[in-house]
Design a protein around this ligand. Structure first.
Ligand SMILES: *Cc1c(COP(=O)(O)O)cnc(C)c1O
Length: 361
């Protein structure tokens, strides 16, 4: 097959075609280098430029202030579930976790292994359909940090604005909505995100970290798990995922050419609205998340029964709409429509949904 189909996968996910084309064009030899990016030393001048470009791309796109470090690590967002508490949850302290879905639950599980945690709020009872209000959160003013998941990829629940946490550092798992909308980085102590949803291939984790927090890191952590190691060595203490960082840099360039995050945000709102309009116009499709917290990146919905959901997925797949099956833990349908997902694919899904309802509703 040489035709590209519409890839609604939650991650690893669709990448911009111009990025894939540039990577393909330069795969055997980077211009002026005579070697593939995968074959050069991570200590070479060429790679220095590549990682500096990725960093400045991120910094520019998210307007990241100078007192924040940008790291390119490995181990996925999942390793950050452990490294965050190892670095920032002291033995005599406690951290607040706000649980709005499956990934938040996983972060909490790892936090508990390291120290004392307080579930400031969990939306599990309602089946993770929304984020809590300020009144519903039992925040500890002396917490080491407050952990949130800015977009719950499985349930399709997104914080539309950060919770007010006062002087307590806000730590965010932004794996599935980083670069999808404008944020004020100053509101956060630390943001982490696996690249494979909205930034590049799997195998790179971006960590954006406020400098003053490094003073809180305890002595004696394993070198690779100590954020200071990666800050001091500019993500080059060991061999990083050179290929992943290269692609991430190209994705940043592509985003800048498209008008940056603000332009992307407008496009994402329009794309998601096309799907939510169909969902809202009928009882046949039922959105999972409450309207004011539904995700622009992962649109989750149910059909009247599981048989119809199965049929929906298999017929959609046959028409080149791939990856629509909801996560195995929640079922239903999930359309992941990250930055690189084309509007034409959303429009194709909209017509498929209308047609499917006509035939089965
Ligand atoms: C995908 C995802 C993760 C897990 O990322 P890995 O890179 O596979 O560890 C964590 N959190 C969120 C919100 C995700 O979407």
């Amino acid at each position: 097959m040489t035709e590209r189909i519409f890839n609604f996968s939650a991650g690893p996910a669709v990448l911009p075609v111009p990025v894939l084309e540039e990577a393909q064009r330069d795969l055997l030899s980077l211009p002026g280098v005579g070697m593939s990016v995968m074959e050069i030393s991570h200590r070479s001048k060429t790679f220095d430029e590549i990682i500096a470009g990725a960093e400045s791309g991120m910094r520019e796109l998210l307007n990241i202030p100078g007192n924040y470090h940008i790291l390119f690590l490995q181990g996925g967002a999942s390793l950050q579930f452990s490294t965050v508490p190892m670095n920032f949850l002291p033995a005599d302290g406690s951290a607040d976790y706000v649980i709005t879905g499956s990934w938040g639950k996983k972060a909490l599980k790892e936090g508990k292994k390291v120290g004392s945690v307080n579930v400031a709020a969990t939306m599990a009872d309602g089946g993770f359909t929304r984020v809590p209000s300020r009144e519903e959160m039992n925040l500890n003013p002396h917490a080491a940090y407050v952990h949130i998941t800015t977009n719950e990829t499985i349930e399709g629940v997104e914080w539309k604005r950060e919770p007010e946490v006062g002087d307590v550092p806000l730590v965010a798992d932004a794996s599935s909505n980083i670069l999808s909308r404008e944020i004020d980085v100053n509101r956060y102590g630390l943001i982490y995100a696996g690249a494979q949803k909205n930034m590049g291939p799997s195998g790179v984790t971006v960590v954006i970290l406020r400098d003053d927090l490094l003073q809180r890191v305890p002595e004696g952590l394993a070198t690779m798990l100590d954020y200071r190691t990666h800050v001091e060595n500019k993500s080059l203490y060991n061999t990083p995922n050179t290929w992943g960082i290269y692609i991430l840099g190209l994705v940043c360039k592509w985003l800048k050419d498209k008008g940056g995050v603000a332009a992307m945000e407008r496009e994402n709102e329009e794309k998601a609205q096309l799907l939510y309009d169909v969902i809202d116009s009928t009882d046949f499709y039922r959105g999972h998340a409450d309207a004011d917290c539904r995700s622009l990146m992962n649109v989750t919905f149910r059909l009247p029964d599981q048989e119809l959901e199965k049929k929906f997925v298999s017929e959609a797949t046959a028409q080149g709409l791939d990856g629509l099956k909801g996560h195995r833990s929640v079922g239903g349908i999930r359309a992941s429509i990250y930055n690189a997902f084309p509007r034409a694919g959303v429009e194709a899904l909209v017509s498929f949904m209308k047609d499917f309802e006509r035939r089965n509703g």
